[in-house]
Design a protein around this ligand. Structure first.
Ligand code: SAM
Length: 220
């Protein structure tokens, strides 16, 4: 994602009722049901960018809670601005944070599913640990997911996709579903919500890959 610093984005985010702030988010670890004031299952999108995917998902599934996670204020601001036009939506909040800290913000068995869409590829080997489907991140997801909780990953980057499959296997995850051409796979395409990147890359003729994995063991 091209990052332009938007002056005032930090302040706008700090003022938004839809963004849970750093001190509060850690305090709510294991108690996110209190934040949403219900016991509905909780789903995360990690690296949500401008937030179209998770906003549509939240609109379609009022009986589920959603938290969108984004590292950069300038990008998050776009999602917050759209969110502010939907005050009736009760099940969508945002966090500005690095996903490395997920286990400090969510408790064991607190999250029912995680979406990764068009994650940054970090092509240099020495940066592999920063890739969101890496073994290091899978360990973090394992710590917060319910047993059988799924990670769903979409990308047009074949190298990153193959890396994700390899890492999932090495970390003992089960592949539930996999396609190298999502938009021509009727069953996996059912209910698909396009992300901003998906729309852009598929319009350029790139095939979209999708992987669904579940964890098969519980972290201590
Ligand atoms: N998911 C969106 C989509 O499909 O249109 C955006 C994709 S964009 C290429 C990747 C996003 O992930 C960027 O906005 C980036 O800031 C965010 N990101 C990357 N690493 C992250 C991390 N460790 N924690 C939180 N967000 C991260």
């Amino acid at each position: 994602m091209r990052l332009r610093n938007i002056p005032g984005s930090r302040e706008a985010i700090a003022a938004s009722e839809y963004v849970i702030h750093e001190d509060v988010m850690r305090e709510k670890r294991g108690r996110w049901n209190e934040v949403f004031e219900n016991d509905h299952p909780l789903f995360l999108e990690v690296g949500m960018g401008k937030g179209r995917f998770i906003t549509e998902l939240a609109q379609q599934n009022p009986d589920r809670n959603y938290v969108g996670i984004e590292k950069y204020s300038s990008v998050l601001l776009r999602a917050v601005t759209k969110r502010e036009e939907l005050p009736q939506l009760h099940n969508l909040l945002f966090l500005r944070m690095d996903a490395e800290d997920l286990p400090e913000v969510f408790g064991k068995n607190e999250v029912s599913g995680i979406y990764l869409n068009f994650s940054d590829p970090w092509p240099k080997d020495r940066h592999a640990k920063r890739r969101l489907p890496s073994r290091e991140f899978l360990t973090r997801y394992d710590k917060i997911l319910i047993p059988g909780g799924k990670v769903e990953f979409k990308t047009d980057n074949r190298a990153l996709f193959d890396f994700a499959i390899e890492q999932a296997g090495e970390a003992g995850w089960t592949i539930e579903a996999c396609t190298y051409d999502l938009h021509r796979d009727d069953s996996m395409m059912e209910g698909n919500i396009m992300t901003e990147y998906e729309e852009r890359f598929s319009a350029q003729g790139n095939s979209i890959c999708k992987l669904v994995i579940s964890h098969s063991r519980q972290m201590p």
